[in-house]
Design a binder for this molecule. Structure first.
Ligand code: HEC
Ligand code: HEC
Length: 189
């Protein structure tokens, strides 16, 4: 009786370790674009380590089921099961969020701060580091990437399902949205 129980527990542990190992192998396939630990080194590529778990699994499933536009990610997640998506979301959510503060010219930053204080801070925090539960952190996210995402939110040609974020983006002038992206990109912790 005891031995059977022990065997079951050990089998359970081995199963968990194997699952964890598989997720690490799968997560490594993301590094080539998103960087080690999900800290991106490229301006058009977002950092993903430390994004909230529900945000991650939600948007990956939206891509999988063609509910959200993407240039690249929709193809990548098509091959993943929902369980793999959930496990990847949990894995990257456990990594620390590492802001990469970027320089920008002072006029742009001032313009961006005004836009953020007036129209974005309620949901993202003044520095982007204090987001609502359903929003990602933006402090030290890559500004060029955010600018491109904001253009998608502003255009009617792209499917970006979050209604309130879409409304906020469409209320901003394109130049103000870009400046807001520069402001968030310049922030550290
Ligand atoms: C070939 C490069 C490439 C690979 C590999 C890749 N991604 Fe991406 N990822 C992108 C691009 C480009 C974007 C921006 C959205 C788009 O246009 O597809 C993105 C965006 C994302 C975002 C959105 C981040 C945010 O801030 O909202 C998440 C989450 C993400 N990828 C997760 C992953 C995961 C998990 C993997 C591994 C299974 C992965 N990516 C592999 C290129 C890649
Ligand atoms: C009503 C709350 C709300 C307001 C106001 C708001 N946002 Fe958002 N924002 C969100 C949420 C929620 C998301 C994630 C949406 C999703 O899951 O698809 C988001 C996503 C984003 C993203 C994409 C991040 C990524 O990693 O892909 C950027 C960039 C962004 N917001 C910038 C802004 C800017 C700039 C403003 C002001 C002009 C703004 N937001 C105003 C709630 C808000």
């Amino acid at each position: 009786m005891r031995n059977t129980l022990l065997a079951l527990i050990l089998a359970g542990r081995a199963g968990t370790a194997a699952a964890r190992g598989n997720i690490e192998v799968l997560a490594r396939t993301c590094n080539s674009c998103h960087g080690v630990g999900g800290v991106s080194a490229g301006a058009t590529m977002p950092s993903i380590g430390g994004l909230p778990r529900d945000y991650l699994s939600n948007i990956m499933k939206q891509w999988k089921y063609d509910e959200r536009s993407a240039i690249t990610m929709n193809r990548i997640v098509k091959g993943l099961s929902n369980d793999e998506i959930d496990a990847l979301a949990a894995y990257f959510a456990q990594q620390p969020w590492v802001p990469v503060p970027q320089k920008a010219n002072p006029e742009t930053l001032a313009r961006g701060k005004t836009e953020v204080d007036n129209n974005c801070a309620d949901c993202h925090g003044a520095s982007g580091g204090d987001p609502d539960v359903d929003a990602p952190p933006l402090n030290g996210q890559w500004a060029r990437y955010m600018e491109l995402e904001l253009q998608k939110y502003q255009s009617k040609e792209f499917k970006m399902p979050h209604r309130k974020m879409r409304k906020a983006a469409q209320q901003a002038k394109p130049a103000d949205a870009s400046a807001a992206a520069r402001h968030f990109g310049a922030q550290g912790r």
